[in-house]
Write a protein that binds this ligand. Structure first.
Ligand SMILES: [Zn+2]
Length: 353
């Protein structure tokens, strides 16, 4: 399906059968000589057919098309290797490109994720199943074209528009949106979606994606935007109310995670099992492995955020049932401050420095 949300900007929907996201929105900025396609869909025949049909309907040649990839996930980048021609420029945020190079060059990305999942309390069987089914494993771009990296604040030409690159880390380390200040629209990638909540997962160590994500929401809330072109689902207008909803959602989720841990130490996997999820399944045990993966990634993101905020702490503990040590989260209970009055040191024993 193609529509034209703005003059010269066409949305081509690439279907994602069997995926809860349903489809991905790819935006073609049609120009006189060169065109820019923002995001491409997964490396699956069904996506390729939709893109090819869309470009043909618009009378656009791939040889005259450049690409902008908002982030490295397979549903946004999966086809770029096949679609780009030697004449194409493929833009990507510099931080995000760093991850792509790391993933391709070291080969250590997936084993590292698997190790972190085991440390977070995943049973080995579910780690294996998740990684076999992970869209990033199955539907990534098989070849990487040369990337032209862009930094926060730089501009690119796309059709009749001049777009500002806005780095918005959170959904991924180097996610980038595109902003057009004159016509006041934002190509949002997966930073802000209208109907669904972008997945915020902490699948790398020492990174607090939720803290970054909330800061990136504040960053785009300062832009003057009247139309949002998101990576999935419907195009929408009410950016700032939606941002407030997303911030509220994460406050509630963090509180929920804290309450679960307050009842007893837990791994991220155990926290996820007790959190409420908007998914049709009788119980956590019946969640598909891939949904468990995304859920536990979210639980981990919230636990880490709470840990950095001083409300949880973590340490490795032996977990019964798994027969190995995992990272467990503990609630930090705050003692009430006892007012300090002048007197002997003994009088101040109850105070907390
Ligand atoms: Zn996506």
């Amino acid at each position: 399906m193609i529509d034209e949300p703005l003059p010269g900007v066409f949305r081509i929907e690439a279907p994602l059968p069997g995926n809860p996201l349903k489809s991905v929105n790819c935006y073609l900025f049609k120009g006189r000589q060169r065109h820019v396609l923002v995001d491409t869909g997964m490396n699956r025949p069904v996506c390729r057919e939709a893109i090819d049909a869309g470009l043909a309907e618009l009378g656009v040649e791939r040889g005259q098309t450049d690409f902008f990839v908002t982030h490295y996930h397979a549903d946004h980048m999966g086809l770029v290797g096949d679609l780009a021609t030697p004449d194409s420029t493929v833009y990507m945020g510099d931080r995000e490109a760093g991850i792509v190079y790391y993933v391709l060059r070291t080969g250590g990305y997936w084993p590292h994720m698997a190790e972190l999942a085991r440390l977070s309390g995943f049973p080995d069987k579910i780690v294996e199943e998740s990684l076999q089914r992970h869209p990033g494993v199955k539907y990534s771009t098989p070849v990487l074209p040369p990337l032209t990296t862009v930094r926060d604040g730089e501009e690119i030409e796309a059709g009749a528009y001049r777009l500002q690159c806005i780095e918005t880390p959170g959904h991924t380390h180097g996610h980038m949106c595109l902003y057009e200040p004159q016509h006041r629209f934002l190509v949002a990638g997966d930073h802000v979606l209208g109907d669904i909540t972008p997945n915020i997962s902490a699948w790398t160590e020492d990174y607090d994606p939720l803290d970054d994500y909330l800061a990136s929401l504040d960053k785009v809330s300062r832009l003057d935007v009247s139309l949002v072109l998101p990576g999935h689902r419907r195009i929408f207008t009410n950016l700032n109310p939606r941002i407030e909803e997303l911030k509220h959602h994460h406050r509630l989720r963090a509180e929920e995670a804290w309450q679960i841990v307050a009842e007893g130490p837990k791994t991220a996997y155990q926290i996820a099992a007790e959190m409420k999820w908007d998914i049709v399944a009788e119980s956590w045990e019946r969640f598909p492995a891939m949904q468990k993966w995304f859920a536990a990634g979210e639980a981990l993101a919230h636990a880490r955020y709470l840990e950095n905020g001083g409300r949880l702490r973590s340490e490795r503990r032996y977990v019964e049932g798994l027969g190995r040590e995992c990272l467990c989260y503990f609630a930090v209970t705050r003692k009430l401050l006892v007012p300090v009055t002048a007197g002997s040191p003994e009088d101040r024993r109850g105070s907390i420095p």
